[in-house]
Design a protein around this ligand. Structure first.
Ligand code: UDX
Length: 439
């Protein structure tokens, strides 16, 4: 099949490469010409495991190419996926839908024959009818353009795998058994044949699916982090508690790692957007627990800052703090709403000299937080530090021998906010250690 993917960020670029891998002929479209050049050279403009391999394979095979022209995209196929970004509006929790509406408005004039526009972007419930209205108004084929809702659940650092082997497929339509459904089933044939649960539903349910899923995931993380607070107050151990809870198959250990809480470009934005939309719909009480999940999440960051002050004294001026981790999670260079950088910046604002190291995310971190110091080598980063903070759990950090680090610091003290360093090992090497939520 031929298809386009409009908007080639994390979601769109991965979807375009994934659809080519499934055997389709794909044209990716993005208005950023530099991004188009990079993608056409077989590279992603960001770090995502396995994606460069797929882009190289299919830009070479001729099944995948990228353009900056809406007209070319409209002419290329009858199926158009839309994966443009929907960030929060500046200074507000509401989604900014301007990129989405703009993309639809610019694609529409080229749609002269029946086509399906399948939206993957995350939106507040109630957006699909507005997309349909724009298409009716601007597309020559008018009513013959069908809107489908196809939310995407991919995780950064697993994006390729989540695209090719998703946990489920959600397809939302305005009417049952439309030709849009037939077309999308054909596009996802290999995924459906592999036994992927496929839920066909209405627009509103499909729109809610992504926000609800991320709200649950954020709440689950905050639940275990709330338990960490109680563990800290009572002398219990949150990692063992999480194991005990996780063995109950109704609870499950997955997505329940205690630590510094959630960040990134999705969970914080989607919780905020979900609460905002629930308020608009007069269903704000239902989102009450999400507000609490956000509050717990913010408290974890505060807790690390307080522990640093406990270790170094309330006046941080003249103190040197090393932070291991800048990315919002391991195996990505994404620093959007990174818990590690939020803590690093707060300690800098309190007067400390903060040195940050990260295997992939230093360039992005530098742009957002120019006041922090950056060092590539995590061992050299510890030189003369008064305190080491382990804030993003890259595997590489756990392989560093704490014995060779201890002598480089002024006093070997570490706060492990992610609970992945071996306490026994570090203590044997002469470090004093504190781990969030652990006894
Ligand atoms: C998330 C959703 O998982 C994905 O389904 C959706 O499509 C996009 O948003 P992502 O933002 O890539 O994906 O990251 P995820 O792996 O969910 O982690 C989000 C944040 O929560 C990270 O900061 C991570 O460190 C933190 N986290 C995750 C925890 O603190 N504990 C956990 O158990 C899991």
């Amino acid at each position: 099949m031929k298809m386009t993917v409009i908007g080639c960020g994390y979601l769109g670029a991965t979807h375009a490469a994934g659809m080519a891998e499934l055997g389709h002929e794909v044209l990716g479209m993005d208005s950023d010409i530099d991004k188009v050049h990079t993608l056409n050279s077989g590279k992603a403009p960001f770090f995502e495991r396995d994606l460069d391999g797929l882009l190289t394979k299919h830009t070479s095979s001729g099944r995948l190419r990228f353009t900056a022209s809406y007209g070319e995209a409209a002419d290329f196929a009858d199926l158009h996926f839309i994966g443009v970004g929907t960030p929060n509006q500046p200074g507000s929790d509401a989604y900014d839908l301007s990129h989405l509406f703009d993309a639809v408005r610019r694609l529409a004039p080229g749609l002269k024959t029946p086509a399906v526009v399948a939206v993957k972007s995350t939106v507040p419930v109630g957006t699909a009818p507005r997309v349909a209205e724009i298409l009716r108004a601007y597309a020559p084929a008018g009513d013959l353009i069908e809107v489908a809702w196809n939310p995407e659940f991919l995780r950064e650092s697993f994006a390729v795998d989540d695209t090719l082997r998703p946990d489920r497929l959600v397809l939302g339509f305005s009417t049952a058994h439309s030709w849009a459904e037939a077309l999308l089933r054909q596009a996802f044939e290999k995924i459906i044949e592999a036994g992927t649960p496929t839920i066909v539903t209405d627009w509103a349910t499909a729109e809610l699916a992504k926000g609800a899923a991320n709200s649950f995931l954020g709440t689950k993380i905050s639940f275990i982090n709330a338990m960490a607070e109680v563990c800290e107050a009572s002398g219990a151990d949150v990692a063992e508690l999480a194991d005990i809870l996780g063995h109950d198959h109704r609870i499950g250990r997955h997505g329940m790692r205690p630590g510094l809480g959630f960040g990134g470009g999705c969970l914080p934005k989607d919780l905020a957007g979900f609460i905002n939309r629930a308020d608009e719909l007069d269903a704000g009480e239902a989102a009450g627990m999400l507000r609490e999940a956000n509050a717990v999440n913010a408290r974890r960051r505060r807790r690390v800052i307080d522990l640093a002050c406990e270790e170094l004294g309330p006046d941080l001026r003249g103190k040197r703090i090393t932070v291991w981790g800048a990315a919002f999670k391991p195996e990505t260079d994404d620093v959007r709403d990174s818990p590690a950088l939020a803590v690093a910046q707060a300690l800098h604002d309190l007067g400390a000299t903060v040195t940050v190291t990260d295997p992939k995310a230093l360039d992005n971190a530098r742009k957002l937080h120019p006041g922090l110091d950056y060092v590539e080598d995590p061992i050299a980063a510890v030189d003369d530090a008064d305190l080491l903070l382990h804030l993003t759990e890259w595997h590489h950090f756990t392989t560093i021998d704490p014995r060779c680090l201890a002598t480089r610091t002024t006093s070997p003290k570490v706060i492990d906010a992610r609970g992945t360093l071996s306490t026994a090992h570090w203590r044997d090497a002469g470090w004093s250690t504190r781990t969030l939520g652990r006894r």
